[in-house]
Design a protein around this ligand. Sequence first.
Ligand code: A3P
Length: 287
Amino acid sequence: MTEAEIYKLYKGVYLPSSLHPPECLKYYEEFAFCKDDILIVTYPKSGTSWMQEIVPLIVSGGDPASVETLPTWKRIPCLEAQKPSSTFHFKRPSPRMFATHFQYNMMPSSFFEVKPKVIYLMRNPKDVFTSSFHYHKMATYLVKPGPQSEFFRKFLDGRVIYGSWFDHVKGWLNAEDKECIMYISYEELIMDLKASVTRIAQFLEKPLDAEVIEKIADQCLFKNMKKNKSSNYSMIPANLFDETKSKFLRKGIAGDWKNQLTAAEAEHFDAVYKDKMKDVKYKFVWD
Ligand code: A3P
């Protein structure tokens, strides 16, 4: 298949065609939010799956069944990948939980009217690049990344799925109604998972006892998610994920870009970052 067949352009960004056929996008555009919905928003490879473990455990008060009975993508479905026939995903007790990789300006009109709760998870873009490069080698529904230098150029230009990291982050940071949005980073989760779980629980208005927080943080450790077959993506067939190339839960660390980028690439990345993020006031943990 050619790149043009594997990806489609939607609202100016590339999407994997197989995940987002027209009926899914139509369903997404017409989707009606409820005020108590919880939406996890990420640029791909920022730790979406981690948040898809943390949030259900908070909502369930730490009950492990919430993450051990349904695989990640069913427990918190990706909103823009649902067929109208899969509406059973949405007939669930509140709060309903969804994930999306879409940019702020791609959200459906109901989102801006209803203003559900959003957890916007960010990650150092050099680590996002690194994780994404490996993911593109193993995910057979994506265009092969080619040599690192080629994928590097595409990533910085935003010629990758879900568009530019810079546009994504800036769009969501500049969102209106910020009181409905919690901003958090992968690096904060890495640095202090218990404190992060506490913050998220407060935002979700689900205060939890210290021992429940402790239990949730433990369940969400990389090594423990690796053991949970509902969370380690082992249910994905080998024709979609070629685990001989890489794993979905690959390294789970901050700063792996240092093992991936050449010195010249890191320098170039920093220069592009400095220019594109020059007007952003938000203090990122990795800056
Ligand atoms: P790496 O490829 O750097 O290991 P997403 O879910 O958005 O696709 O992001 C996947 C990235 O999040 C992968 O990064 C994965 O290992 C990491 N991740 C998922 N769960 C994690 C956890 N419990 N702890 C640390 N990293 C985690």
